[in-house]
Design a protein. Structure first.
Length: 109
């Protein structure tokens, strides 16, 4: 059986990282909607705004979630642990390549 290097790196990150480890990782290409907003947040984060989860960066690890807007631009980052407090999941993707090594760039919605 062929090993999946993305999954192996994820487990290595979980055990070697000193950050708080998320219990689950939302797969890339999933769609989320903002349900709670702080008053001091900048523009582009309005209640009801939908984003896709972008591919994770090897440098940042899977705890740094990239939010991709409707135009396909990687604009903001979030952490896995507080993501579900602020956003609701509209649809989960079945993506298995969390770093997007063998996938095309996300297109605009």
């Amino acid at each position: 059986m062929k090993r999946n290097p993305s999954i192996e790196r994820l487990f290595r990150w979980r055990f070697l990282s000193h950050e708080k480890v998320p219990k689950s990782i939302i797969p890339p290409r999933s769609v989320i909607r903002l349900i709670e907003r702080e008053p001091d947040w900048g523009p582009g984060l309005e209640i009801g705004a939908e984003f896709r989860i972008g591919y994770y960066s090897r440098q940042d690890g899977p705890n740094c979630v990239w939010l991709v807007d409707a135009s396909g631009k990687y604009g903001q980052t979030w952490d896995q642990i507080s993501l579900l407090d602020t956003f609701e999941i509209v649809s989960l993707s079945d993506e298995t390549d969390i770093y997007g090594l063998h996938r095309p760039v996300l297109e605009p919605l």
